[in-house]
Design a protein around this ligand. Sequence first.
Ligand code: NAP
Length: 334
Amino acid sequence: MSRYVLPLSVLGTVVGGAVLLKDFVAGGACPSKATIPGKTVIVTGANTGIGKQTALELAKRGGNIILACRDMEKCEAAAKEIRGETLNHRVNARHLDLASLKSIREFAAKVAEEEEHVHILINNAAVMRCPHWTTEDGFEMQLGVNYLGHFLLTNLLLDKLKASAPSRIINVSSLAHVAGHIDFEDLNWEKRKYDTKAAYCQSKLAVVLSTKELSRRLQGTGVTVNALHPGVARTELGRHTGMHSSAFSSFTLGPIFWLLVKSPQLAAQPSVYLAVAKELEGVSGKYFDVLKEKAPAPEAEDEEVAKRLWAESARLVGLEMSHGSTERGQPLPE
Ligand SMILES: NC(=O)c1ccc[n+]([C@@H]2O[C@H](COP(=O)([O-])OP(=O)(O)OC[C@H]3O[C@@H](n4cnc5c(N)ncnc54)[C@H](OP(=O)(O)O)[C@@H]3O)[C@@H](O)[C@H]2O)c1
């Protein structure tokens, strides 16, 4: 018996060490144990991946959770699963297609009408490296869903968020923003040859820039807004790349992937942390690399670029409508 004790303890140490190393490399659990009883939370793209795990964790912490998804069948199934697992019955599914300005406006109008408060908005949904698709309103799909859709949604929910203060907006970006560049001459890839990777990076850079600009605009309102990179996780995000299904990535890069790629549950921790942590009260306009605040890419810090992008985004999604322009920002006919 005793001859097994040493090998087993060595094995235990090796496995424990590897798990610690993985947590160190990939980022660990949310360090805050704060609960959010009665707080209303909206999570976009919550039927799968990081968004679903974020909704689950926040439901465990007592929130009233609204899962905002484009596919109602998947959304209802996720809501049911979360209710079953957490025994929190205030978890509901709502339709939101971020590739449609009409759908975003309908969703926001319903929330304004039916919800007394919105305390936490988590802009999580995204599409990555899809073919050259466009949204219902003609925007390049990655810019349209990942950035412009959330830009409009956030702006439409601002009154509710302000009335519910202290409240928080969390924008899920990506480390990929460092490779991004905002091309004001061709934001929607109508003139250049489409580069699906660069389009994803541009959309995620836009998310960080608008986080910074919105934080400046929200000073003194009690509403904070921060952006984050969740780490690399095993989710459906790579569905358009085929990477996750390649034998090369599964076998050759297996050990590296094991170390660097985490579960959606672990990748949800940064969103949960920014949503609940008491120590982050009043913290706004920051970028978090997993659980640590970090400087984003230099272009993301450029205030002029942020202001120009804000104005252009408002024009594109029709936020100037009350000032005499149509949905796509064209001047109204006389
Ligand atoms: N996974 C990673 O390694 C990683 C790394 C860095 C950043 N991120 C970021 O983390 C966030 C979550 O990604 P994930 O990894 O969990 O990806 P995922 O598993 O692919 O989940 C993405 C979610 O977004 C939803 N979505 C896509 N298009 C939408 C639309 N038009 N309207 C509404 N919802 C839409 C999807 O809905 P359907 O299921 O209906 O398509 C799904 O619920 C994203 O912002 C992503 O960029 C992830």
